[in-house]
Design a protein around this ligand. Sequence first.
Ligand SMILES: Nc1ncnc2c1ncn2[C@@H]1O[C@H](COP(=O)(O)OP(=O)(O)OP(=O)(O)O)[C@@H](O)[C@H]1O
Ligand SMILES: [Mg+2]
Length: 584
Amino acid sequence: MQTIKGAISGVSGSTVTVKGMDGARMHTVAFVGKDGLLGEIVRIHGEQVVLQVYEDTTGLSIGKEVVSCGKPLTVRLGPGLLSGVFDGIQRPLEALRLKSGAFIKKGVSLDVLLDKKWEFIPRVKKGDAVEPGDVVGIVRENQIIEHKIIVPPPSVSSPLNKGGIRGVVKEVRKGVIAGDEPVVILEDGSAISLYQEWPVRQPRPFKERLSPNAPFLTGQRIFDVLFPVAEGGTAIVPGGFGTGKTIVEQTLARYAKSDIIVYVGCGERGNEMTEILTDFPKLIDPSTGLPLILRTVLIVNTSNMPVAAREASIFIGATVAEYFRDMGYSVALMIDSISRWAEALREISSRMEEMPGEEGYPPYLATRLGNFYERAGKVKCLGNNNRTGSVTIISAVSPPGGDFSEPVTQASLRVAGALWALDTDLAYRRHFPAVDWNKSFSLYYNSLKDWFLKEVAEDAVLLRDCIMKMLEREGELKEIVQVIGLEALQDVDRLTMELGRIVKEVFLRQSVFNEADAFCTMEKQYWMMKCIIQFYNKAKDAIGKGVYLEKILASPVATRLMRMQDIPSNVFKQRAREIMREME
Ligand SMILES: Nc1ncnc2c1ncn2[C@@H]1O[C@H](COP(=O)(O)OP(=O)(O)OP(=O)(O)O)[C@@H](O)[C@H]1O
Ligand SMILES: [Mg+2]
């Protein structure tokens, strides 16, 4: 590859202009100044280029050398990613701290992941034919995750690997293997190592996109029952200050049904990130009893790190997520928050003196956001196999003042399949998760109905629709009551209002601090609905026979119904049956 050298002609924050870069290519990286700061070429004007530098540019001066070797911004993928904590340009933070102290020095580069040796267990032998996506062996990265070593897919922007590696195996190594040594060599001499590089802005290829037909179960009733997101889908969680976005992201990371979690902490305040870095490693994975971090990759960049690195970080997250997807895993990609990413984009755009769009965001905000959300999906993986994998994106949005009409929320809404709208009033009343059931929606619900009918119960969809109707009717009645007063309502309508209240208080409310309820199995969710609806029907019959509503509400079974949440999932079905028998 040709090396191009130029000289700095201007610096404005993270934006650096360079002269004499004839032949430079768009979206390739360059090294700036004597420290070799990492930057990306984002605009070309003849022999002049504009760079976005991912590190602190203090101290750079005119005339200093810039070198580009024509490679796109890539990430290194391989064993060692799990349990890792990386910054916005995939430098491992712990190793950086050991090398350069608590404050990251400039130009420190580390050969990410290459330092360690891993035991390679081959899955191919001499004479086997392999193609991109095939598994050539595995590395047992930890007690839970088998890291599959796959033949790298072809990459359009990488001159090294345009057509992809394919051919007949000539040599296979096994045992403990270091860094980038080859593990499999093909007859044409091409080598496959434990690691592969991938350009972050290019989605990794797959065979076929599959339609969303299974839910991404979260263990949170309001999401699973009312507004489910499909496995391989996208959900956005917008909410004003302190409405519980971070708690939603972390609760889902912990309880949602996925094999791998990629958590991108994007531009939040430094102390919030510290919380993640200290809390996350302590979390215990409820499904295995082992630390959750064993199947997590953390990517963090705080608000005081360079904006360009923040802009890149979500694409690094997406690439890492796709890499695990290609092994056949289901991956949850959590972003907190996409608004800080958009602010980074806005800052970069204004420094480049681009024409601003709405509220100063560049006009291509929506396109860029779309490029990111499109990387979610459930797919048939490349290669001679029947693996399927998925990336589900859950991203928090922080609209200023909780106003959802602002550009980032609106642009996200256009591409997201589910909206979980957090409401300031609910959060203020400490109704958590503070999801507004009137504003939220799921476009996946119809295509997931079959799954619920088959996997949960024949009446699961019916029960869900009854719960939804009850909430709607309660809303309407509330308005009527404001005009005519509660006394004027008939007993049946008052019953509907009471039941609406029970749905909200007992079913939708779910505290992360209640151990018996923080995670709710699908079985518990179903039986809770069943109890509530049966209670409603029995109470309606009783009212028809002249029983007073007050008497029904004061009955012991009503009290038990109100405390249903506290019954742990594993004994719920049995207890629910008792409660229902008591209603007879
Ligand atoms: N599901 C929940 N159960 C119990 N408490 C909750 C829940 N969700 C949020 N909270 C409460 O709300 C507080 C704020 O939540 P969180 O930090 O997630 O909000 P945020 O929207 O991320 O705030 P910010 O705008 O500052 O990023 C938490 O500290 C917690 O007390
Ligand atoms: Mg937060």
